[in-house]
Design a binder for this molecule. Structure first.
Ligand code: COA
Length: 391
C-alpha cells in the first residue's frame, strides 16, 4: 500500500498596505490613555490602505514571490479567503490571472466565513493534495479590517495578506491530521451587503470566541489530538493581540490546567510581534501569527504548533502543524520586516480622509492617483470594472 504523503505549508509570504497609523496618534485625538491600546488591546499601529490598494493588490503582492520561487507548473487551484469581498459574484483571485500570469488550467474560488475562511481554504487544499499529491494549491488570505469611525473597534483596524503554497512534502510545516471543529449561529459580528463597515458587538464577540475555542478544543481532544502540554507554541487568531492571551488562558482552564501567566507568555511568545503593528487582518491574522513565530523563535524543527482559527458568526477550528527540518531556509523574514518598516506613517487627518475614501459607483471612468509602491495597484474603475496594473 502507498504511504499517504505529508501535506502542509511549502512556502508563505506576507504583504500589507502603503500607509500606517501609530495608535498614539489615534489615542491623542480620541482622548484615550495610549496604554489602553498598547497594554489593554496589545496594539501599537495599524496598516491603512491607500486609495489604490485593496485585497487584490495585497493578495498579488503576497503571492508574487511564491510564484517566482516555485513557478506554476503544479498549480491547480487558487483559493482566496476574505471577508472584504470586492464583488458579490466574481472571485477576487480571478483578477490575479493577468497580474501574476496564473495558468488558465486552475480552479479559482473565493471563500467566506469571517476570519475563519483562510483555515477552511488550507483544509480544502490539503484534501485536494491528498487526492493528487502532484498538485499544489495557492491559498491567499487577504483582508482589510475597516470599522466605523469613533467606535471602540476603530483601534483594532488593520490590513494584510498572507499567501501560502500548500503542497505534498512541504518545506516549512506539515499539517497534522486531527482537527477539532465547532460552529453555531452567533450574531457577534456581521456585515450586511449594503454596509461598508461591519456591525459588531465587541464584548460579545470576545465571549463567543472563547466559548467556540473551548468547544473546538474539546472536539480536538475527543478525536485523539495531542495533549496541551505537547505543543511548543500556540498561534491564535488575533483581532487584537491580547485576545490570544485571553484565549490561551481560557483553553488551559478548559483543559483542566491551572493557568499560569509565565506558561501563557512562553506559549505565545513570538506569535504577536507582527499583528501588534499590522492590526487585525481578519483571515490573514492567524497565519501572520504563525509567520511571526517562525521568524522570531529559536529552532522549531519537529515542534508541534497548535493553531486556533476563529471567525465570528461563528466557526472555530483547533488544528496543528509540525515544523519540518530545514524550514528556516524557506522563510521570508527580511521581506516581511521590510513590508512592515517601509510603510509610510500618516497623521490623524490623513487617516480620517483615507477612511472615508470610497470608489465611485456611477459606472463612469475614474482614474486613481498613484500612492502604493507595493508592486500592484488599482489604477481605476471604468464601466463598473476594476482596472489593476503592475507598478
Ligand atoms: N491601561 C491598560 N489597560 C487598559 C486601559 C489602560 N489605561 N484602559 C483599558 N484597558 C484595558 C481594559 O481593561 C481591557 O482589557 P481586559 O479585556 O483584559 O479587561 C482592554 O483594555 C480593552 O478595554 P475595553 O474597555 O474592554 O475596550 P472597549 O470596550 O473600548 O473595546 C473591543 C474593546 C475589543 C470590544 C473593541 O475594540 C471591539 O469591538 N473590537 C472589534 C471586535 C473584536 O475584535 N472582537 C474580538 C473577537 S473576534
Amino acid at each position: 500500500m502507498n504511504e499517504t504523503p505529508s501535506v502542509g505549508i511549502h512556502d508563505m509570504s506576507f504583504a500589507t498596505t502603503h500607509y500606517v497609523l501609530d495608535l498614539d496618534e489615534l489615542a491623542r485625538h480620541h482622548n484615550v490613555n495610549p496604554a489602553k491600546y498598547h497594554v489593554g488591546l496589545g496594539q501599537d499601529a495599524m496598516s491603512v490602505p491607500a486609495p489604490d490598494e485593496d485585497i487584490v493588490t495585497m493578495a498579488a503582492t503576497a503571492a508574487a514571490p511564491i510564484l517566482q520561487r516555485h513557478g506554476t507548473d503544479h498549480l491547480r487551484t487558487v483559493l482566496i479567503a476574505t471577508e472584504t469581498g470586492i464583488d458579490q459574484a466574481k472571485a477576487a483571485a480571478l483578477y490575479l490571472h493577468p497580474l501574476l500570469g496564473l495558468p488558465s488550467t486552475t480552479r479559482v474560488v473565493e471563500l467566506k466565513q469571517a476570519c475563519y475562511a483562510g483555515t477552511a481554504a488550507v483544509q480544502m487544499a490539503a484534501g485536494l493534495i491528498a487526492r493528487d499529491p502532484n498538485q499544489q494549491v495557492l491559498v491567499i488570505a487577504s483582508d482589510i479590517a475597516h470599522y466605523q469611525l469613533d467606535t471602540p473597534a476603530e483601534a483594532t483596524q488593520g490590513a494584510g495578506a498572507v499567501a501560502l503554497l500548500v503542497s505534498a512534502d512541504p518545506a516549512i510545516a506539515r499539517l497534522d491530521p486531527v482537527c477539532g471543529l465547532y460552529s453555531a449561529d452567533v450574531m457577534d459580528f456581521w456585515r450586511p451587503n449594503y454596509r461598508t463597515t461591519p456591525i459588531v458587538d465587541g464584548h460579545y464577540s470576545i465571549t463567543s470566541y472563547l466559548a467556540a475555542a473551548a468547544q473546538a478544543w474539546r472536539d480536538y481532544s475527543g478525536r485523539g489530538g495531542r495533549d496541551l502540554s505537547e505543543f511548543a507554541s500556540f498561534c491564535y487568531h488575533q483581532p487584537f493581540t491580547t485576545m490570544a492571551f485571553k484565549a490561551h488562558h481560557h483553553l488551559m482552564c478548559s483543559a483542566g490546567i491551572t493557568p499560569d501567566p509565565t506558561a501563557i507568555h512562553a506559549a505565545l511568545r513570538y506569535t504577536t510581534d507582527y499583528n501588534r503593528v499590522i492590526g487585525n487582518s481578519y483571515t490573514a491574522s492567524l497565519y501572520l501569527a504563525l509567520t511571526s513565530l517562525l521568524d522570531h523563535a529559536g529552532d522549531l524543527t519537529d515542534a508541534p504548533i497548535g493553531l486556533l482559527s476563529y471567525g465570528s458568526g461563528a466557526v472555530a477550528e483547533f488544528f496543528s502543524v509540525t515544523v519540518v527540518p530545514g524550514y528556516r531556509e524557506h522563510l521570508r523574514t527580511t521581506a516581511t520586516s521590510q513590508a512592515i518598516s517601509s510603510r509610510k506613517p500618516i497623521d490623524y487627518d490623513d487617516y480620517r480622509a483615507l477612511h472615508d475614501t470610497h470608489l465611485p459607483t456611477d459606472g463612469g471612468r475614474h482614474v486613481l492617483d498613484e500612492h502604493t509602491t507595493g508592486g500592484f495597484r488599482l489604477a481605476g474603475v471604468t464601466n463598473h470594472i476594476r482596472v489593476y496594473e503592475t507598478c
